[in-house]
Design a protein around this ligand. Structure first.
Ligand SMILES: Cc1cc2nc3c(=O)[nH]c(=O)nc-3n(C[C@H](O)[C@H](O)[C@H](O)COP(=O)(O)O)c2cc1C
Length: 336
């Protein structure tokens, strides 16, 4: 079955907007349940999130802590698809069954994680340089799990043409969708997405294809949307962390002014801060988490590096709060 979206552009105000679903990308250590819920409270435009990966463990028992962020009662504000990182069919099935019992009828397999400690063990993007193992994994898993499976992939581990052996394998199985981040694993996040090879994937894949990679502003997005009219959806990660208004802008074409945006963003930041303060143990963890977020947050603003460095230097909660207040008082311009 080929499911390809029809070409369509809707205009709102003077901006063309997308009718396709927007997905929040999984970012481990960032887009956890607290981030997702708080985002949904202050912003809109995201239809569905893929949660950061859960690794499988050998043995039958799943510890509640492994799937804590996926408790359905905590995930009512933003629909979520759990993601699994594994190379073991048995362990995958155990976790998939557990997730099915929790209510997840769709789960996602990570075929993209670029980190050597993961990929060198044949997981994440490490699955892509061994097509036979990937084939055996999908064969063993798909005949035995009750969930439907989607895949999130890079173009290869070492080279973009690895996808040319992988995609025919994906095409042999009943997959919900394939999200393609058109980089290789060894590229990590450097260089630019390989749009030529993405075009090949879109053409050749018989499953709905979701595009992911470097969507950071309206102009860049429109160029992608015009070129790839057949995509089933768009997945946004870092661009949305930097500019949480972006999904709504792509969906509705409506923009707030800079002061309104900063005001909303500050409320969002403050809510996140309080929720992480409740969840994380001690000021050190809280500071690390918030400083990590600011690496993305500050990128939404022009000329924000000096102000961000002050936040980064904070050694106590009081210093952090002072630096954040100063950041918002600068009246910095948003990039988009
Ligand atoms: C800090 C960080 C954590 C990530 N964690 C995951 C993950 O758990 N699962 C996954 O499939 N991709 C993960 N990714 C990759 C993103 O989902 C996404 O594919 C990538 O950032 C490209 O999209 P973007 O340019 O819109 O951010 C991660 C990326 C970053 C930067």
């Amino acid at each position: 079955m080929t499911v390809k979206a029809q070409s369509e552009t809707i205009t709102s105000g003077n901006l063309p907007v997308t009718p396709r679903p927007l997905y929040l990308a999984p970012l481990r250590g960032v887009t956890d349940v607290i981030y997702r819920n708080t985002y949904a409270e202050y912003f809109s435009g995201i239809d569905l999130a893929v949660a950061p990966f859960v690794t499988t463990h050998a043995g039958r028992r799943i510890k509640p802590a492994h799937v804590r962020d996926l408790r359905p009662e905590d995930n009512r504000h933003m629909p979520v698809i759990p993601q699994v990182l594994t190379k073991s069919a048995e362990d995958f099935i155990t976790l998939a069954d557990h997730l099915f019992d929790m209510g997840y009828d769709v789960i996602n397999l990570n075929c993209g994680c670029p980190f050597p400690q993961v990929a060198n063990k044949g997981r994440g993007s490490g699955l892509l340089c061994n097509p036979d193992s990937l084939d055996r994994l999908l064969d063993a898993v798909l005949s035995r799990i009750s969930n439907r499976l989607s895949i999130k992939t890079r173009l290869g581990r070492h080279a973009t043409d690895e996808i040319r052996s992988i995609l025919p394998i994906f095409n042999r199985y009943p997959l919900e969708s394939v999200t393609v981040h058109p980089r290789t694993g060894i590229q990590m996040y450097t260089g630019v997405p390989d749009l030529e090879t993405f075009a090949w994937c879109l053409d050749q894949c018989r499953h709905p294809v979701v595009y992911n990679g470097d969507i950071t502003d309206v102009k860049g997005f429109q160029a992608l949307a015009q070129r790839f009219e057949g995509v089933a959806g768009w997945m946004i990660g870092r661009g949305m962390l930097a500019n949480p208004f972006l999904p709504d802008l792509l969906k509705k074409g409506q923009a707030l002014d800079d002061a309104q945006k900063t005001n909303r963003f500050q409320q969002f930041h403050d809510a996140l801060f309080e929720r992480y303060r409740d969840r994380l143990s001690g000021p050190r963890h809280l500071l690390d988490r918030m400083k990590g977020l600011w690496k993305y947050f500050a990128q939404g603003y022009r000329s924000s590096e000096t102000a961000r460095k002050q936040i980064h230097k904070a050694r106590s909660i009081a210093q952090y709060q002072g630096a954040v207040t100063a950041f918002f008082k600068y009246g910095l311009e948003w990039k988009t």
